[in-house]
Ligand binder design. Sequence first.
Ligand SMILES: [Zn+2]
Length: 166
Amino acid sequence: MHCPFCRHSDSRVIDSRTADDGMSIRRRRQCPECGKRFTTTETASLTVIKRSGVVEPFSREKVMVGVRKACQGRPVTEADLALLAQRVEESLRLTGVAQFETNDIGVAILPHLRELDEVAYLRFASVYQSFDSLDDFEAAVRDLRVKRGGSGAPVSASNSAAADGE
Ligand SMILES: [Zn+2]
């Protein structure tokens, strides 16, 4: 790792600690040439293959963008979205696979979104599970009611939400 101050080609690790709920390691480094200190962050990379074939790093921010659209008008905060994106990343890492397709990300989002907001979940699911009829919505709503253990407020769904449409 080059020193960001003097560009010296080497640096010494003086401290390492796990950060960000175990998903990354921060290393405190010191340049033997100029003596300045800096920090590097190391994470195992997850990648996403887009439908176009382009491979890019997994991004929590993109998860939040996709889910935020489905959450329009719903009582969901930015903190909720950030936590959801973090949980999605954790669940992806738990699969033991490092490369995913865009659709896999959507599927990984669904169970977390269902816990967060049922209406947003239905909007999102309608895109990712390609709902193409009212029957699909009815089946999903029925499924939600079963998981919730019986009756509940009626859930309306809108097909207008779109996930990250790449
Ligand atoms: Zn230096």
